[in-house]
Ligand binder design. Sequence first.
Ligand SMILES: NC(=O)c1ccc[n+]([C@@H]2O[C@H](COP(=O)([O-])OP(=O)(O)OC[C@H]3O[C@@H](n4cnc5c(N)ncnc54)[C@H](O)[C@@H]3O)[C@@H](O)[C@H]2O)c1
Length: 337
Amino acid sequence: MLILGSGEVHQVLDGAEAEVLAAVRRAYLLHDRGRTALPHSVFLRFPEDPRNRIIGLPAYLGEDAPVAGIKWIASFPGNTASGLERASAAMILNSMATGQPETLLEGSVISARRTAASAALAASALGSSVPETGVSLIGCGVIGFEILAYLRAVLPGLATVTLFDLDRSRADAFAARCQARWPGLRTEVAGNAEGALAAHRLVCLATTAAAPHLTTDACRPGTLVLHVSLRDLTPESILSAVNVVDDADHVCRESTSLHLAEQLSGSRDFITTSIGSVLNAAEPFRRPGDRVTVFSPFGLGTLDLALADLVRRRAEPLGLGTWVPDFLPAPVGAASG
Ligand SMILES: NC(=O)c1ccc[n+]([C@@H]2O[C@H](COP(=O)([O-])OP(=O)(O)OC[C@H]3O[C@@H](n4cnc5c(N)ncnc54)[C@H](O)[C@@H]3O)[C@@H](O)[C@H]2O)c1
């Protein structure tokens, strides 16, 4: 068993935006071509504390050098008050020859980067005729910051970021981090969510809201909303938008805004397409200039696998990680001497 901790994961993923984007893109393409296996995620919730959860995402990503494994990711929103991150995770990769667990990786960095890469891929694939010059981020946490970094990688014209967070101190701290990391980026904090929605035609929602609290009424026509936190928009706003998802079966569950929209409308007809099908199409997707387009990624376990495999492959030649040679039982012949 090879164990790779967060420092080692950072070491191989920091500055590797192009490789991460390529890995996530390939995972979406393979999913669209039916080359994945993706059971529903398992949500473990606690009767005494409905805010917290731990989700298991088993997955298989096929074709050349197939990978199988699982991400086990906890969300404890109260952690941030004591300086810990909301999310923490572990990943296991299994051998496709024997099924044995081979690699154990710290998973929160992988999870954040694959989420950011998927949002950035959508922002570039669901383009418009007007280049994006600014982005609004509602929810100023770990995921928002990673998304901003990946958006900057795919949209070099991004010059302004407008921030909003229910907790003003989180928005101010986020703005300070942006200034330190990207001194040329203009950073402003909006007074309310509507101000942020109206500021740019590219909007990202990465809050911890458990139930819808926003409409898209304040958005400009032609806006693309990256609805990463999945439960912010009212079902009515979803029903009036052009909707792109990662997988309709996955995203219409667990009281997401799309799940509520399905319950309200009685069908999934409001979903226009999937990101995998957009990426596989011969013709580029142009989002309409007179409506709002919403990208809602459930967050597929195949993306985590793609990145974990990338980490493992990049870590190996660098000699990173800790080997635990006797983690698994010895083969029967060896044990008996
Ligand atoms: N779809 C995916 O693939 C995917 C993957 C990872 C995380 N997520 C989701 O992204 C979200 C953000 O994760 P994070 O790790 O950055 O969390 P975080 O706790 O670090 O940050 C969330 C921020 O949202 C703010 N917030 C909460 N409610 C708000 C509201 N109504 N309006 C404005 N701001 C609000 C909080 O104050 C906090 O600053 C979570 O909901 C998480 O489940 C989605």
